[in-house]
Design a protein around this ligand. Structure first.
Ligand code: AMP
Length: 552
């Protein structure tokens, strides 16, 4: 019994199929879960990140338990997204290629329920489903789960994060009593523990890495910049690491679209992935990313759930996630299948606490790294070009007609001079339009407002209520979007009938003038002017509600 998969107790036909996929030895989660799930049909809770081989860890034992002489559904697998569900179904098809008569159906939202019902009527033994659609089908009595042997919850924490709590309860309540439940989750928030307690009896526990811990293959780093330098920081990072293949996480759909558009405009090979795109558009972007036709996928947390692309070298957090748990999922997109990866966060100095909180959750320390200067980036690019030049093979056929012309043109130019000219030419291109600012933020707190220190400027702006601003928050959103500054950068935003006021740090004075003067809002010219500074307004600051809102 030389084959380590055979030693786990797997059927030879399954072993042959994983052999065809190039798996040589079981991963940690497979090693721990498979023997148990094959012999002892008990419940299981497994803490494993994506990319650890958990799909095979549950699919192989499930396939071995299937009785193909029976017609009913025997295994149901719940997954947070359609993409992941389709991937699991594909994997099961590959694993079962030497098993006769295995049928898998996939049901998910956003596609015809009638077609999926037709697939269910063909008596699959295994159904892979997203919770919302499965609940719908159960309600409409299109599917029965009374006789299933196993219910698998894949990425349980993600399903709960995405608001599928009620759907999961509904589904689990309708799965036959005799079934076993196998739960896989990257993190163990209380809601996942509740499911384990409520729907399982004495589950066998497997932990690959510690609870909530990030993958060991991932290095966690962060840079600190001022909020308006985030995009510059992103460019420096990706320029410096030329062979990066990465996912860039943003917080909102709008920000995702904006960052992707800027990158594309600046000549990078990037594509957006967010909920405002149709399913077909998302499939196209993912298809290109998988084939590496897209080098940078710019994504929201929700849209990127279940991304199963291997060899992602970097995850960049353009902004840290709102929820700390999401960090584990984001960073788990790299460092898959035993490879190493880097998860790097672009932060502002006020986010230090958040980094600390994430460190506590993932039980790993972040390294603070410095962004390269634009000269460093240019040097790096030059080295790459020089290397390319050095290793370039000569294609006689291609260049023969130019040889004599080139000899004549460069007759009087020495090799040294030629190289100097070449390097100057390239460096001038690389340095064109880039300022040599060191954009690493050096210690001075971004937010001087709280301490009462710091030089601030009060601005008048020529738009107000009559331009559609119903509240100061609406104007603040526009101020932020137009300048690229953060929510803490603007204070004392006061909307009047025809104009408004706001306060920013003096260092942003030029930025505000540049961005607003000469701009228009709904067809009206906008102008800004400095006013005399007004530090506080009686009445408003005293309100606790107001103070709370300001903090948010
Ligand atoms: P998963 O965590 O199931 O999404 O798997 C992550 C990746 O690892 C997939 O591309 C699998 O094909 C691959 N994989 C899973 N198990 C093994 C194994 N034992 N050896 C090599 N690759 C594997």
């Amino acid at each position: 019994m030389d084959n380590p998969f055979l030693a786990l107790g797997l059927d030879e036909r399954l072993v042959a199929a994983v052999g065809d996929l190039g798996y040589e030895k079981p991963s940690e989660v497979q090693q721990k879960a498979i023997p148990h799930l094959l012999q002892d049909q008990s419940d299981l809770v497994s803490l494993a990140q994506t990319g650890t081989g958990k799909t095979a860890a549950f699919s192989l034992p499930l396939l071995q338990h299937i009785n193909t002489s029976k017609k009913h559904i025997q295994g149901v697998i719940l997954s947070p997204t359609r993409e992941l569900a389709l991937q699991i179904a594909e994997d099961i098809k590959s694993f079962s290629k030497y098993l006769p008569k295995i049928k898998v159906a996939t049901v998910y939202g956003g596609a015809s329920i009638e077609n999926q019902y037709r697939d269910i009527k063909r008596n699959p033994q295994i159904v892979v489903a997203t919770p919302g659609r499965l609940k719908d089908m159960l309600k409409r009595r299109m599917i029965k789960l009374e006789e299933i042997k196993v219910c698998i919850l894949d990425e349980a924490d993600e399903m709960l994060n995405m608001g599928f709590k009620d759907d999961l309860d509904f589904i689990l309540d309708r799965c036959g009593e005799e079934r076993n439940t196998w739960l896989f989750s990257a993190t163990m928030p209380p809601e996942v523990s509740r499911i384990a307690k409520e729907y399982m009896s004495n589950p066998f526990e497997i932990t690959c890495g510690r609870k909530n811990e990030g993958s060991n293959n991932v290095a966690h780093q962060y840079v600190v910049v001022q909020n308006f330098n985030r995009y510059q920081a992103l460019k420096r990072l990706i320029d410096f690491q030329q062979d990066m293949f990465g996912v860039i996480f943003c917080r909102t759909r709008h920000e995702t679209q904006d960052v992707a558009a800027k990158l594309i405009n600046d000549g990078y090979n990037a594509g957006p992935l967010h909920g405002d795109l149709s399913q077909a558009q998302r499939d196209t972007v993912m298809g290109h990313f998988r084939k590496r036709n897209i080098q940078f996928l710019v994504a929201t947390d929700v849209a990127a759930r279940g991304i199963d692309v291997n060899d992602i070298t970097h995850v960049i957090h353009y902004k840290l996630p709102e929820q700390i748990e999401s960090y584990t999922h984001r960073s788990g997109r790299t460092g898959r299948a035993g490879k190493s990866g880097i998860s790097i966060s672009i932060t502002t100095s006020s986010e230090r606490k958040k980094i600390k909180a994430i460190e506590r959750v993932i039980k790993k320390e972040f390294d603070k790294v410095l962004l390269p200067s634009s000269k460093d980036v240019a040097n790096n690019k030059l080295m790459q070009v020089v290397n390319k030049l050095k290793n370039q093979e000569i294609n006689e056929e291609l260049i023969s007609k130019y040889t004599s012309y080139l000899s004549e043109e460069f007759d009087a130019v020495s090799k040294e001079e030629l190289l100097q000219k070449f390097v100057t030419m390239e460096m001038e291109i690389f340095l064109k339009g880039v300022s040599d600012d060191d954009i690493n933020h050096k210690g001075q707190r971004n937010d001087e407002r709280g301490s009462g220190k710091g030089d601030r400027k009060r601005f008048y702006i020529s738009i107000g209520e009559k331009d559609g601003f119903k509240s100061w928050t609406e104007l603040k959103d526009v101020l932020r979007e137009t300048t690229g500054l953060g929510k803490d950068d603007f204070t004392h935003v006061d909307v009047m009938k025809t104009f408004s006021f706001f306060t920013v740090a003096s260092r942003n004075e030029k930025l505000v003038f540049d961005k607003f003067n000469g701009s228009t809002w709904k067809g009206r010219n906008v102008s800004v002017e400095l006013t005399k500074e007004k530090k506080s307004r009686p009445g408003r600051r005293k309100s606790p509600e107001r103070r709370r809102r300001r903090r948010n």
